[in-house]
Design a binder for this molecule. Sequence first.
Ligand SMILES: [Fe+2]
Length: 241
Amino acid sequence: MADLSAGDTKLVQYLNEAYGLEKRLETALQAHIALTTRPPYKKRLKEHLSETKRHSREVKQRIKQLGGTAETVSAPGPEPIAEAAQAVVAGAQKAVALAQGPLHALRGTGEDEKQLKNAKTEYASEAEEIATYTAIEALAEALGDRDTQRLARSIRRDEERMSSFLEKEIPRLTKAVVKAEVPASERRSSRATASSKAKPTVAKRSPVTKAKAKTKAVGGNSRAVAKAKAAAKRRPARSAA
Ligand SMILES: [Fe+2]
């Protein structure tokens, strides 16, 4: 590795951390895609795999432009030692990623639960990536490196989009687990149906509900409601007279 300034060394170090995360996520996403059956989720995972591959390419390219080497770690010190350290850590990272695939395939009791657990893992990975790119963006800004700052910001936004997708997907996947593993009689909707059967068919309406219904009946006009109320008050007075 060429001699780098302290700032660029720090940038290369952080970018390499991001590079390691992207590489690990590539392997995990491939395993998750193979296990996913829900079409919209599977589609989004495939999209994010392409994004993830692009992120690693872009990060690797930026590391090169800064004069560094794209590895999962950038250790300081004499070149042979640094290279040996990089090789060890890169090997370890690769082993972790390779081991994660089958590990992710084994988790959970049923198909739906596996998908849910994978989504939770993906959500955690996105959080780690968002934090990593936020730090790179702030570091690049502090060093006046606008190219790295722009790159980190654009990747962070992709990760944030994936994170909010997962946030909405997790409850859907949980509902699928409930449907697959909990008897219908124990689920809320069937309980509600059972209890509603026990109650009288005509439910008592609260004064608020009645007022709302009246508003609806007179076209949602509150003045009309007031008029209707006044008329209702006058009517019994006339009949009493
Ligand atoms: Fe990414």
